[in-house]
Design a protein. Structure first.
Length: 561
């Protein structure tokens, strides 16, 4: 990552813990992990967790593992595994060694289960899911012990082995830990650690018909990998006693410590794979990588930079307090990284024709202009002028508001990198709509102010003869509500977030762009002067013969009002 964009590292409670653990000699170096479930594409919340886990490993010269938490075969797939790997790499991180899978540990997990049974700490239960719910109690009432809890070790070993062998129907039995049905922490009320599920697994195929549960799998996977600091989001805080209980009750030497931080929630976006999947399934978006999706793949296709997302993660920090963040923080970080790196060109997105009545090709041909005012290393390109040009319709006002500095009838404005022109005549059609401006060039204004008067406005433009027609996909927020999944109706129930889908999240328009962008490769970023940041589409960078540009973000400031 270029250091230019890195904010100073702000300490947080996790860093303080690591500092103390290294200082005391508890650990010589750290090992973290990022453990996604491959049941969807990663989103901006995962990006926060990736930057945290991989970032700590980088900063402390430790290691970070990428582990697919693949214990729910029905929802998981190899497509998701690939997308997750691609997302992490694109963000600029490298996992230590090979990609790990919880399913790599299915044998070990099974053996630990046998050990727990043998020591009388786990039992096979025949209660149905419904009965188990009734026995579990509530937050205010203790649960009741299952009538099968007193089965002998021998019987449990026999039944569990036969569960594995496929002798029992799906859902007919479970393996549960024997902890405490009266615990104030519901997670400790004899949690289920294995269920019978005949499902094809993306890696182990049909080898298993019993699958371990998340809580049981996660702590053991961490310990097997020698993780030192296991970082997860706050909803797992109540699971920590179970994490510790499992590791304390099996013969495993390593005992990682779990620390929780708050989940990122991004306003005007969803940070749940399940809900994002719904948008994909419903066809509301074109796929997981639709540029409106807050997925890593979507943000990439939108034109955001990995440096921008990393800077965003640094800026929002890590803590245990609520982390609801405005979209402008993400956009600001992205803009800050694109500002110095994107070549600037002119593009007109809402064109109005201007005829330069005194255009003389012998006097006014093409001029060279730098791609970036502060970064000469980005090079220069020719900006051709011709008799007809396009300007932005908004840059002309028939009835100007106060302080207007752009074009009016009889007024003057500078064409960026070129001459001052005067609007001599406004041409309208039968309905009164302005169809053309007829302007004249002041040939004495190239690179200097006109004599005896000030012309403050500067507008962008493109030569009609030379411009390329481009398809611009003008993206905006997907939702009209800041927290689309947190709105309650009159009945007190959550309103379906799809109710708040914006109708303006994508407008496809034809724009005119400088010829300099011709043949731009997929994923080339540009700053369209006074308009915003754009990127050529990664998937279809040319459509119908036209280059396709996705609008990444707008500009905070325009350089001429
Ligand atoms: P989702 O509800 O979107 O599926 P999840 O937490 O179930 O999210 P996992 O694939 O299990 O998704 O998450 C992998 C890691 O990313 C976990 O450590 C999890 O805590 C972290 N993570 C997930 N969502 C967020 C978020 N919004 N903010 C920060 N970290 C997150
Ligand atoms: Mg999950």
């Amino acid at each position: 990552m270029s250091t230019e964009h890195s904010a100073p590292v702000v300490s947080n409670f996790i860093r303080s813990t690591i500092d103390a653990d290294l200082a005391s000699g508890k650990h010589a170096s750290i090992v973290t992990r990022f453990p996604p479930e491959p049941n969807g594409y990663l989103h901006v919340g995962h990006a926060k967790s990736i930057c945290l886990n991989f970032g700590l490993a980088e900063d402390y010269a430790g290691k970070c593992h990428l582990r697919m938490d693949d214990t729910n075969p029905e929802k998981e797939s190899d497509e998701y595994v690939q997308a997750i790997k691609e997302g992490v790499e694109w963000l600029g991180f490298k996992w230590d060694g090979h990609v790990r899978f919880a399913s790599d540990y299915f044998d070990a997990l099974y053996d630990y289960a046998l050990e727990l049974i043998a020591s009388g700490k786990a039992f096979v239960d025949d209660l149905s899911a419904e009965e188990m719910r009734a026995y579990r109690g509530s937050l205010t009432e203790p649960g009741r012990e299952s009538p099968y809890r007193t089965r002998s070790v021998e019987e449990n070993l026999d039944l569990f082995t036969r569960m594995k062998a496929g002798e029992f129907a799906d859902g007919s039995k479970t393996l549960r830990l024997k902890i405490d049905m009266s615990s104030g922490n519901v997670n400790l009320r004899d949690p289920v650690i294995y269920r019978i599920r005949r499902a094809h697994h993306h890696r182990t195929g049909d080898k298993w018909c019993i699958y371990p549960m998340y809580d049981y799998t996660h702590c053991i996977s961490d310990a097997l990998e020698g993780i030192t600091h296991s970082l997860c989001t706050l909803e797992f805080e109540d699971h920590r006693p179970l994490y510790d209980w499992v590791l304390d009750n099996i013969s495993i030497a390593c005992h990682p410590r779990q620390y929780e931080f708050s989940r990122l929630e991004l306003m005007y976006a969803l940070t749940s794979k399940r809900k994002l999947n719904q948008l994909v399934v419903d066809g509301v978006v074109s796929g997981w990588d639709d540029p409106r999706m807050p997925t890593i793949a979507g943000m990439r296709r939108r034109g955001m930079s990995p440096e921008g997302i990393r800077l965003f993660a640094q800026r929002i920090g890590v803590s245990r307090s609520e982390n609801v963040v405005d979209m402008s923080i993400l956009e600001g970080a992205v803009r800050d990284t694109l500002e110095g790196e994107s070549p600037r060109v002119m593009a007109v997105v809402n064109p109005l024709k201007v005829t330069l009545t005194n255009f003389d090709a012998a006097l006014a041909g093409s001029r060279s202009a730098p791609f970036h005012p502060k970064h000469p290393e980005l090079g220069e390109r020719d900006v051709p002028l011709s008799r007809e040009i396009w300007i932005e319709r908004d840059d002309f006002a028939a009835v100007p508001p106060p302080k207007w500095q752009r074009l009016i009838e009889g007024g003057e404005v500078r064409l960026r990198y070129s001459y001052v022109v005067k609007c001599d005549e406004v041409v309208t059609d039968a309905s009164g709509e302005i169809t053309e401006l007829r302007c004249s060039i002041d040939y004495d204004t190239l690179g200097k102010n006109p004599e005896g008067r000030k012309v403050k406005g500067v507008i962008h433009w493109v030569s009609a003869e030379h411009a390329l027609e481009a398809e611009v996909r003008w993206y905006d927020r997907l939702f009209t509500e800041a927290r689309p999944d947190a709105v309650r109706g009159e009945d007190g129930e959550y309103v379906d977030f799809r109710h708040f889908l914006s109708e303006n999240s994508l407008k496809t328009i034809t724009a005119y762009v400088e010829p300099a962008v011709k043949d731009a490769a997929p994923e080339t970023r540009y700053h369209f002067e006074r308009v915003g940041y754009f990127v050529t589409d990664r998937i279809d960078h040319v459509a119908g013969g036209k280059p396709v540009f996705n609008r990444t973000v707008g500009l905070k400031d325009t350089w001429a009002k």
